[in-house]
Every structure is written in structure tokens, then in C-alpha cells.
Design a protein around this ligand. Structure first.
Ligand SMILES: Cc1ncc(COP(=O)(O)O)c(C=O)c1O
Length: 413
């Protein structure tokens, strides 16, 4: 198993620099295959969609392949449930406007204090038309949602519940089956922000039974872009803001203007890269692309195990460093409840100082609030420069974890 993850590093040209990339929660490095898919697009298919000539037909085919790959990645029923966009934030703002057409003063939307602002602010905008926002809070001790309050936060007036799959700040993996079941029981639409969840766990929108789910391929080894899943019936009913000549069928009518075709080519390549990892890990007899869904599940399960075992070491090391305070789940028996993303402060140094000193040593970590704006304020970190975030991705190694811990130990002295 470890050998596979050692070998996989060779597919990421950026790693040859020797930089230790612990900034994956902000965006991962990409394998050579993704770079090749983007440049091949420009060489062989560069054109707008739906033209009656070869490059345009190739563009159409690449977009169709991208939708199929994404449908497999999240187990959508149909590629027509996949909307491509610039990023998750833009897609979510667009969706909130469309949903907002039917919402008013009698309606409520539930959001959580734990989420990235891209899954809060788009819903707060609905207050302009009278919608009431209700908050599901989180426990500061371990940064988990207060699920004991879930049922009373959802009322007869709730129309939508927006929740994250995992916190990009603290790594908390939310109990989506429980949360979504409560919303469904109350006949409430559900929106899942799976941006931080997608690189670390397999996603199955059919099993989750959510209405919407958004993620960002640049967080799982693909190009900068965003994806919105919408349950077919809901996508067809909604009336998004669009220009008149644009197609009126779903998913196209949610895709305002020209898409980033080259990014979509790269998204399919990123998913194929993950599926190939599944192929290497498994029995090797899956047909392709028919068996891609199963391969992706295998790959994500193995990635999750690999990252968790590295993270156990990172967490144990962090706990031993004097002056380090970790935010989020720290119990090593609860690693399944979190992603390999550590949020911490170091006494006597600002988060920016820590990130900058580590950066000087070629160790890339984030500092600040990472747009988990509400959560950082709730913890009293908002006005203090936030915290430091070090997150593992599939290409990180045990040696890199040690380099990071060594550098931090020296800083703490
Ligand atoms: C959990 C989470 N949600 C939403 C976003 C926003 O995604 P995008 O950059 O695609 O708009 C991010 C980005 O960091 C994130 O981590």
C-alpha cells in the first residue's frame, strides 16, 4: 500500500521542487496527466461549444466526458445532474439567487457556524427578501456541530438546510446521513458543501439523498473550477438567472456564459488519475469506464486510510510541541471523524509569522481564517490572525510530516 503512495508522488511534477505542500485544503498540486489533458485540449479541441466543425465537436465531447466522470465521482444518476462553473462560491451564489425567487418572509434557511463562508453568505443574502436564517452552532471544545440542537433548529418554516461535508478549518467530518435525514423528514431541501470532503472521502449523492452538492476539482488534483450537483427534478424545476439565447435545459441553463473547457478536460483527467489508483489497489479487473465508480470508491477509501495514518503521526507530534494549541478533534481514536487537516496556534508567534517562517523553509501552510469566517470569530481567533492550517493530501509522505514537525519544534524554542 505504502509503495503505491510513494510511486504516486512521481506523477506530480511540482513535488520535484522538494517543497512540502501542506496547503492542500487551499488547493492541491496536479498530476502530469491533468497538465497533459489541459494542453491537449488547447492543441486539439480549442473552440466554443456546439459548432459544426471538428474542434467544436471535440469540445462538446470533452465536456460530455467531464460530466460523465464527475457523475461517477459523486455517483449522480445522470451526467445531466452535473453543472460546471468557475468555482463553488460562484455556483452557490447563483443557486441561492435561483432558489431565492420562491422564498420570502415566511421562510427559513438553516446554516451552520462551522462552514466556509461560501456556504453561509450566499444564504444570508436571502435575508434581503425577508428570509429568516437559523444557525446550527458548534462545540468549541472539539469543533463538532451541536447535533442535539438539529431537530429544534429545523422548523415548519424551514425550506433549505445548507451544511458542509467537512470543515476546511478544523477537519471535522459532519454526520451527513444524520443531518440530511432530519432535513428530509421535515421535507426540507438540502445543500451540501463537499469542497473539503471530496479529496478525503468517497461521495455518493444517491446514498446521501441530498438535493444539491458542490465541490471544487482544484481541491482533488484537478484544475481551478467548480461543480454543482443538482437532483434532476429540482434542477429542472428551478428558474436560474440566464441570458435568453442560452439553452433552457438542465444542466446547461445553470452554466452562465462560456465554460472553462480546458479545466473540464483536466477534471476528467483528475478523476481518471484517481480511478487508476483504484485500479492499482484493487483486483485490476474492472472494465473502464463502466467500473470507474467502483475504482473511485476504492481509491478514496485507500487515500483516507493512508492520510489518516500519516495524520496520526502529525497530530501526536503537534501535541508534544510546547505552546501548540490544536483546534478540532484531537483524540487519536476519533480520526475517522476528521480529515487530515490540522488547525493550531503557537504561543508567542502570530499565525502569519509561523506560516512565513515555515514558508522560508519550503513548507507551505496556510494562516488566517481560510474563509471559515464565522467559526474563527466564534473561537475568538478572528481578530488575532486566525490560526495555522496544515493539511495532508494523498501525495504527502511520512518524511514530510517529520520535516514539518522538526521545523515547528525549532520555531517553538
Ligand atoms: C469547505 C469549502 N467550501 C467552499 C470553498 C470555496 O470553494 P471555491 O474556491 O471553489 O469557491 C472552499 C475553498 O477553500 C472550501 O474549503
Amino acid at each position: 500500500m505504502n509503495n503505491i503512495f510513494d510511486r504516486v508522488r512521481e506523477q506530480f511534477p511540482a513535488l520535484a521542487s522538494g517543497i512540502v505542500f501542506l496547503d492542500g485544503p487551499g488547493g492541491t498540486q496536479v498530476p502530469q496527466a491533468v497538465m497533459d489533458a489541459v494542453s491537449t485540449y488547447y492543441r486539439e479541441a480549442n473552440s466554443n461549444e456546439h459548432g459544426l466543425f471538428s474542434t467544436s465537436r471535440r469540445s462538446d465531447a470533452i465536456i460530455a466526458k467531464g460530466r460523465e466522470a464527475m457523475a461517477d465521482f459523486i455517483h449522480a444518476r445522470s451526467p445531466n445532474e452535473i453543472v460546471f462553473g468557475t468555482n463553488m462560491t460562484t455556483l452557490t451564489l447563483h443557486l441561492s439567487r435561483a432558489l431565492g425567487r420562491d422564498l420570502g418572509a415566511d421562510d427559513e434557511v438553516v446554516v451552520t457556524r462551522l462552514d466556509h463562508d461560501a456556504n453561509i453568505a450566499p444564504w444570508l443574502h436571502l435575508q434581503e427578501q425577508g428570509v429568516v436564517i437559523r444557525w446550527l452552532e458548534f462545540d468549541a471544545a472539539d469543533c463538532t456541530l451541536k447535533l442535539e440542537d438539529l431537530e429544534k433548529t429545523i422548523t415548519k418554516r424551514t425550506r433549505l438546510l445548507a451544511v458542509g461535508g467537512a470543515s476546511n478549518a478544523f477537519g471535522t467530518v459532519n454526520d451527513l446521513p444524520r443531518i440530511l435525514a432530519a432535513a428530509r423528514a421535515a421535507n426540507v431541501l438540502t445543500f451540501v458543501d463537499a469542497v473539503h470532503y471530496a479529496p478525503h472521502r468517497p461521495i455518493d449523492v444517491q446514498l446521501l439523498n441530498c438535493d444539491f452538492l458542490a465541490c471544487s476539482p482544484y481541491k482533488f488534483y484537478g484544475p481551478h473550477s467548480g461543480v454543482l450537483y443538482g437532483r434532476r427534478e429540482v434542477l429542472e424545476q428551478l428558474d436560474p438567472f440566464k441570458v435568453r439565447p442560452a439553452a433552457d435545459s438542465a444542466p446547461d441553463r445553470f452554466e452562465t456564459g462560456t465554460k472553462s473547457h480546458e479545466a473540464i478536460a483536466g477534471v476528467a483527467a483528475a478523476i481518471d488519475f484517481l480511478a487508476a489508483l483504484g485500479q492499482e489497489l484493487g483486483t485490476g479487473c474492472e472494465s473502464y469506464p463502466a467500473g470507474r465508480r467502483r475504482l473511485l470508491k476504492q481509491a478514496l477509501a485507500a487515500i483516507s486510510d493512508h492520510e489518516s495514518s500519516l495524520f496520526a503521526r502529525l497530530l501526536a507530534g503537534l501535541k508534544e510541541i510546547p505552546g501548540v494549541r490544536i483546534y478540532g478533534i484531537t483524540d487519536p481514536r476519533r480520526l475517522r471523524e476528521r480529515t487530515p487537516t490540522a488547525c493550531f496556534t503557537l504561543s508567542g508567534k502570530t499565525p502569519a509569522e509561523v506560516a512565513s517562517r515555515l514558508g522560508d523553509e519550503g513548507i507551505h501552510v496556510w494562516d488566517g481564517d481560510y474563509y471559515a469566517w464565522e467559526a474563527m470569530r466564534h473561537l475568538g481567533l478572528g481578530d488575532r490572525g486566525g490560526a495555522v492550517r496544515a493539511g495532508l493530501s494523498l501525495y504527502n509522505s511520512a518524511g514530510e510530516v517529520e520535516l514539518f514537525l522538526d521545523a515547528l519544534r525549532r520555531l517553538a524554542q
